[in-house]
Write a protein that binds this ligand. Structure first.
Ligand code: FAD
Ligand code: NAD
Length: 470
């Protein structure tokens, strides 16, 4: 048996690798077990990073077609070189996963390649690809095994990752499909649907709910849907997919109106099924040691990320909460601090969420619908990018900022942005909310001119006074 560790982390995604680095920085003897050939988990290998490489590249192609002429730049007709675009994506992934390996070495973190299985508190068995088995002893174990594709409950879908694909296959297509049907108008469906639409595919999104991006603020979802429709994505809302099958020519998707009615079938060259992800705990041995899971298979933890078994903790996609890389990272840091005797904590009220389309969608805190449902009296201030000087200069006038503040205390409760760089702008709202700031604090803070962020200030001004530029 190897030396005893203070901490063994199972899984090297954003939750696991950040947890391990933080623990090592705090002086804990730390090891990581990872079954994938490279570190970084879903996010770096088949999620956040490769999707953003393709989103960026396809956005540049689309801008070359739609914006450059107006800006006075004549480059002729832009042409797609898909193998090179994929090479850019692969290179981006490579440099990121190698970066994690470098950080593990730098922080003297031991690594074990293989599948981890918890034998009991303090003991993890690792089975390597070649079948070799070893046991690793640890005072504490953090489960950071993430999530996997959920599919559609009750619908038998055979993912071949070429014609019927999950997000993983949609990041690897060798040619642009003539018609891509996307099942699910959530984050993955809209991000990857946008990529293939910009690269030339006809894209049809079939969504169960009566709106896209279900959890987002209603105004945002409505306006964003109009924008995507203008970009060419076709939306079939309030439609439940009941079948996805391969055919001689490609695939067939069957759906029916949620309100009831006849089923309809639609042909596709590629079907992307993006109907959510499930917590991944396969082969971990949790049941045999008695770790409690909730009704949908997530590992149950207390406020300190500890399971019902002493010394076994869990973080990231495998526990409750939004399946986001930065949420997993924050939990990783917090649990490492707790294990080192410090006061680790995650503020779940202030976790930003970003959809990296063009324009981007970003949000933090409560939506207007959530405030109404909770019976909280609020004021709303809104400001469009069409009235922002910098946005005009950048041909980025689509979208708006909305600030929601408590009617009595003026404390900011939610900020929602649709627009260019929304994902970067959202952080001034997050910092403000972390410090319990008011919309007057935001509206009275000097913002550099000309910046897109001035729209955030103007929306704040609109909650208690009047915006200047409208
Ligand atoms: P994961 O990243 O899933 O890592 C878990 C790791 O554990 C994996 O490497 C797995 O191989 C390993 N593992 C599992 N079981 C074992 C075992 N028994 N033994 C050893 N190793 C094991 N989130 C964002 O915030 N922003 C984005 O832009 C974004 N884009 C996304 C795009 C796509 C296409 C997808 C699919 C997801 C995206 N996400 C994004 C979500 C994000 O990837 C996840 O929230 C994040 O990866 C969760 O981190 P994690 O550490 O909990 O788990
Ligand atoms: P999602 O939950 O965001 O969206 C799934 C959509 O599929 C929902 O709108 C749902 O109503 C719909 N749906 C479910 N069953 C259906 C059916 N039978 N017919 C039609 N529609 C159906 O899930 P996702 O897009 O797969 O993403 C999974 C997770 O990955 C999310 O939790 C997200 O947080 C994370 N992610 C985040 C980012 C980001 O932060 N930018 C990017 C990609 C993924």
């Amino acid at each position: 048996m190897a030396d005893q560790y203070d901490l063994v982390v199972i899984g090297s995604g954003p939750g696991g690798y950040v947890c391990a680095i933080k623990a090592a920085q705090l002086g804990l003897k730390t090891a990581v077990i990872e079954k994938r050939a490279t570190f970084g988990g879903t996010c770096l290998n088949i999620g956040c990073i490769p999707s953003k490489a393709l989103l960026y590249a396809s956005e540049v192609l689309s801008e070359a077609d739609h914006k450059l002429k107006t800006l006075g730049i004549d480059v002729g007709t832009a042409k797609l070189n898909l193998p090179q675009m994929m090479a850019h994506k692969d290179e981006t992934v490579k440099s990121n996963v190698e970066g994690v390996a470098f950080l593990f070495k730098k922080n003297k973190i031991d690594t074990f390649h293989g599948e981890g299985r918890i034998l009991g508190a303090g003991e993890v068995e690792v089975t390597a690809d070649d079948g070799a088995v070893q046991t690793v002893a640890a005072k504490n174990i953090v489960v950071a095994t993430g999530s996997d594709v959920a599919g559609i409950p009750g619908v038998d879908i055979e993912f071949d990752e070429k014609i019927i694909v999950s997000s993983t296959g949609a990041l690897e297509l060798e040619k642009v499909p003539a018609h891509m049907v996307v099942v699910g108008g959530g984050v993955i469906g809209l991000e990857l649907g946008s990529v293939w639409s910009r690269l030339g595919a006809k894209v049809t999104v079939i969504e169960y709910m009566d709106k896209i991006l279900g959890g987002m603020d209603g105004d945002v979802s409505k306006q964003f849907q109009r924008m995507l429709s203008k970009q060419g994505l076709q939306m079939k809302l309030s439609s439940k997919v009941t079948g996805v099958e391969s055919t001689d020519k490609g695939a067939k998707v069957t759906y029916e109106p949620v309100a009831g009615g006849d089923a309809v079938s639609i042909d596709a060259d590629v079907v992307l099924v993006a109907t959510g992800r499930r917590p991944y705990t396969d082969s971990l041995g949790l049941e045999s040691i008695g770790v409690k899971l909730d009704r949908i298979g997530r590992v149950e933890v207390d406020g300190h990320f500890q399971t019902n078994i002493d010394g076994v903790y869990a973080i990231g996609d495998v526990i409750a909460g939004p399946m986001l890389a930065h949420k997993a990272e924050d939990e990783g840091m917090a649990v490492a601090e707790i294990l080192a005797g410090q006061a680790g904590h995650v503020n779940y009220d202030v976790i930003p969420s970003v959809v990296y389309t063009a324009p981007e969608v970003a949000s933090v805190g409560k939506t207007e619908e959530e405030l109404k449902e909770a019976g909280i009296e609020y004021k709303a201030g809104k400001f469009p990018f069409s009235a922002n000087g910098r946005a005009r200069a950048m041909l980025a006038t689509d979208g708006f900022v909305k600030v929601l503040a408590d009617k009595k205390t003026d404390r900011v409760l939610g900020v929602h942005i649709v627009g260019h760089s929304a994902g970067d702008m959202i952080h001034e709202a997050a910092v403000l909310m972390e410090f319990g700031g008011s919309s007057e604090d935001l509206g009275r803070t000097c913002h550099a001119h000309p910046t897109l962020s001035e729209a955030v200030r103007e929306a704040a001004l609109a909650t208690f006074a009047k915006p200047i530029h409208m």
